[in-house]
Design a protein around this ligand. Structure first.
Ligand code: ATP
Length: 782
């Protein structure tokens, strides 16, 4: 009997002397004689099920009576007609990815207003069938009816208000207080505030919970389990499903839990399905279902089972049935199985039972929660819960808020800037011609003359910006070349001995310049071209500086400076400016990529975390739809995305002096939408992946292709033409283009480069939502 010896606090049944490993019978120890001696002709007790009582009221008067020392055996189920069935499972088959059947030909009938104790060894499939009954998993074949409807059918109230489910694991938010936990789940059931408070206070007292302000994470294992029971009961469900509620619970409390269940069954006509490893405890049930290897071996009131098997302990009955099953399994010619017909003979046909049961419309009327208003309330409750989870982890929240801005900062610091300084060698043969050996000396000579034809090479070198080109002087080309080969400089330029006079001749009378003059006025460049960014920047810098130097020389010598210009005139740019660097091009794309991928990873991880914690299952059992979960998460994330986008834009505009020419508000809205696109894809990934690491790896694997193919780092025009078209299908391409057009060109929403960015990301969000909801509906979620 419960209450004799306390169970081990850690819930380890093997250390508990009362624990009997149900049905783990070594075939070598099976005793066929003992089995057949029990009742060879009527193994499932068909013969005893045909007597009747006058009414269901008569039956209700026969529920167990509680005495001071515990609970008496439940009423005998003989002399009765069956109650309407609340749960009817027929021919259920289910296997997981491993392929091994977990449920096979499983049948089960749970009558209204009874306690049904589901017994079975660890791994025999109890949790699996319970999760199918509450509608969070689906059978491969067979049928389940709960309140006459299939779980998940519109208006069935299952999952939803009609069922309270306590999973085996604690499945609660450790950061929530007891009070917040009960309020949260009560709100998901759309209970009124006062109803939640009344039920919460009662449950806290009845289950001897610590004060409601205590955080769940700080409670002991037993206390957490009691909070978990309270969550299942908060909304007074018609069907209560408790998966091992008494593990690790104090014996006195266990007794009072059973007392309460009996009371609930008696007074409210509630139906309870309970699994337990403490076999004797199950004697308090009105009916026992004994599971083994995915099948039901017996389904009868405990006293009937004990009488049938001449046993005084339920444990002995279980042992006998298991031995019998072992024997039957090893002797296939016997052919005796737990057949559907046997059960129906005992309990009546399920169809007839269902006919007695309220119609769908009645249940619909009873179970509020299907309306749009209720859905809206649930979305707000979920959003509030997500916000509380984040606020409780405020350090994590601060981190999350800053990460995109910090990443934009780092990327803008590292990418898109013109490289500098770059070391470059100079071999100046003009030194030998003048007998001077430094540019400082040559420039000193030039200073005293107007239009001096001495040391033009140094004049030119002087126009090169020192912070961009670090000049290193070498005596010969061989020396400079050796320095390039040693990786000390990016290249070198050499001036011929007669550079100054030849160059002057060239610009003063270019049409008359002979070959010798042209050669003498050329500067030879030998470069390390392995880095196109560096060599390209250097060449551009040399060209720009040479133009400036020539202009100055022409002016000094009385010529028109414009002779130095190319006939190609580049007038003021229409968009951007002359000194716009690649960073401005990249920063918008980078911002979009980060605002997409960071929420994607966090949403995926949080979704998987909730799946593993079991809170997602609990939420689904409360009747919350997938879209409501996604909407709740999106609401919270929108606030975060707003701050993230603002911070990222501030970094770009304030720190990197990039002006947002267009609408700042449009940029923020686009940033939030892109983030929501990431969240939606995160949900999709979270639905596929079991582990956080899988989701993270998948996200990282997608990050680079999406970023590279979206024209974020390099213009689309740089890609093969086929990829250019393909990139329009990626979620970041059109939004990047739209962001760039708003920031740099100041285009508004109606522009053909802007609105497609918005339309594309909204389209992706809708696509991700539909796919995720479809996966959930088809139970393809891992
Ligand atoms: N998601 C899953 N994927 C693959 N296999 C699973 C999954 N869930 C359960 N199983 C397997 O199905 C079998 C039945 O598991 P289930 O949890 O239903 O057993 P149980 O009777 O509730 O066990 P226990 O009493 O230990 O909780 C076990 O072998 C288990 O490993």
């Amino acid at each position: 009997m419960p209450g004799d010896t306390p169970p081990p606090e850690n819930g380890n049944e093997n250390e508990d002397p009362r624990f009997v490993s149900v049905c783990h019978v070594n075939p070598a120890f099976a005793n066929p004689e003992e089995i057949t001696a029990a009742d060879p002709d009527d193994p499932i007790g068909e013969g005893e099920s045909t007597r009747s009582v006058s009414s269901i009221e008569d039956l209700e008067n026969t529920v167990p009576k509680v005495n001071g020392n515990g609970i008496d055996l439940p009423p005998v189920y003989e002399n009765r007609v069956p109650n309407p069935a609340v749960v009817v499972v027929r021919n259920a088959h289910k296997s997981y990815s491993s392929g091994t059947p977990v449920l096979s030909e499983f049948n089960m009938t749970v009558e209204k207003g009874t306690i049904y104790g589901l017994l079975g060894s660890s791994g025999c499939g109890k949790t699996t069938i319970l999760s199918c009954i509450v509608g969070v998993r689906r059978l491969d074949s067979g049928t389940i009816h709960v309140f006459g409807n299939r779980p998940g059918e519109a208006g069935s109230g299952v999952p939803g208000k009609n069922v309270g489910y306590m999973p085996q694991d604690i499945s609660l938010y450790g950061d929530f207080t007891i009070g917040e936990t009960l309020t949260y789940f009560g709100s998901l059931y759309c209970m009124t505030k006062s109803a939640i408070e009344t039920n919460r206070d009662w449950l806290v007292e009845f289950l001897a919970l610590p004060e409601p302000k205590r955080r769940v994470g700080t409670l002991s294992g037993g206390q957490k389990r009691r909070v978990s029971i309270a969550v299942a009961m908060i909304h007074d469900p018609q069907l209560l499903i408790l998966d091992e509620p008494t593990v690790g619970v104090d014996p006195l409390l266990r007794e009072s839990i059973w007392e309460h269940l009996v009371e609930r069954v008696t007074k409210n006509n509630t139906t309870v399905i309970i699994t337990t490893h403490y076999i004797e405890e199950a004697r308090n049930s009105n009916a026992i279902g004994l599971m083994r290897n995915g099948k039901l071996l017996a389904e009868k009131p405990p006293d009937e089972l004990m009488r049938e098997h001449n046993a005084t302990l339920l444990e002995d009955v279980v042992l006998k049935l298991c031995r019998k099953d072992t024997d039957e399994t090893s002797d296939l010619t016997d052919g005796r199985k737990n057949k559907l017909g046997d059960l129906e003979a005992h309990y009546g046909r399920p169809k007839a039972i269902q006919e007695n049961y309220p119609t769908m419309a009645q249940i619909d009327a009873e179970s509020a929660g299907g309306s749009l208003t209720d859905a809206f309330k649930r979305v707000l409750t979920l959003g509030h819960k997500n916000a509380m989870v984040l606020i409780r982890n405020y350090l994590l929240l601060i981190f999350i808020l800053w990460v995109p801005a910090a990443q934009v900062l780092f990327m803008c610091l590292a990418l898109g800037n013109d490289p500098k300084p770059m070391k470059f060698g100079i071999v100046n043969h003009e030194f030998e011609a003048t007998g001077l050996y430094t540019c400082a000396e040559l420039l000193e000579v030039r200073k005293n003359e107007t239009c001096s034809l001495v040391g033009l090479s140094c004049e030119y070198l002087n126009t090169l910006p020192g912070d961009v080109v670090h000049q290193r002087f070498y005596k010969t080309e061989e020396e400079a070349r050796y320095a390039v080969q040693r990786g000390k400089i990016w290249g070198f330029m050499s001036f011929p001995e007669e550079f100054s006079s030849a160059y002057y001749t060239k610009i003063a009378s270019s049409a008359l310049a002979d070959e010798e003059t042209l050669n003498g006025s050329s500067i030879a460049l030998e470069m390390d071209e392995t880095s196109k960014q560096i060599s390209g920047t250097l060449k551009k810098q040399f060209g720009d500086s040479f133009k400036d130097f020539t202009k100055a020389l022409l002016g000094e010598c009385g010529y028109n400076e414009r002779l130095a210009e190319l006939p190609l005139q580049i007038i003021d740019p229409i968009y951007g400016s002359d000194d716009t660097d690649t960073r401005e091009f990249m920063s918008c794309g980078i911002m979009i990529a980060i605002l997409f991928f960071f929420p994607l990873i966090t949403a995926g991880i949080q979704y998987i975390y909730e799946k593993k914690l079991g809170t997602l299952e609990r939420t689904l059992v409360a009747g919350v739809n997938t879209w409501e979960i996604m909407a709740g998460f999106s609401i919270t994330t929108s606030f975060i995305l707003f701050i993230q986008t603002m911070l990222a834009l501030m970094i770009v505009t304030v720190l990197f002096q990039i002006t947002v020419v267009g609408s700042f508000v449009l940029c923020v809205i686009l940033g939030i939408l892109v983030g929501l696109g990431g969240v939606s894809m995160g949900f999709l990934i979270g639905s596929f992946c079991k582990e956080e690491v899988e989701a993270t790896m998948l996200s990282i694997a997608m990050f680079f292709p999406v970023v590279m193919l979206s024209g974020i780092m390099w213009p689309l025009e740089g890609m093969p033409i086929g990829f250019q078209y393909f990139s329009y299908l990626l979620p970041c391409q059109l939004p990047s283009e739209a962001m760039r057009s708003i920031v740099s060109r100041g285009w508004d929403f109606s522009h053909s480069h802007v609105w497609p960015g918005f339309a594309s990301i909204v389209g992706w969000i809708i696509f991700y939502w539909i796919l995720t909801i479809f996966l959930h509906k088809k139970n393809l979620v891992r």
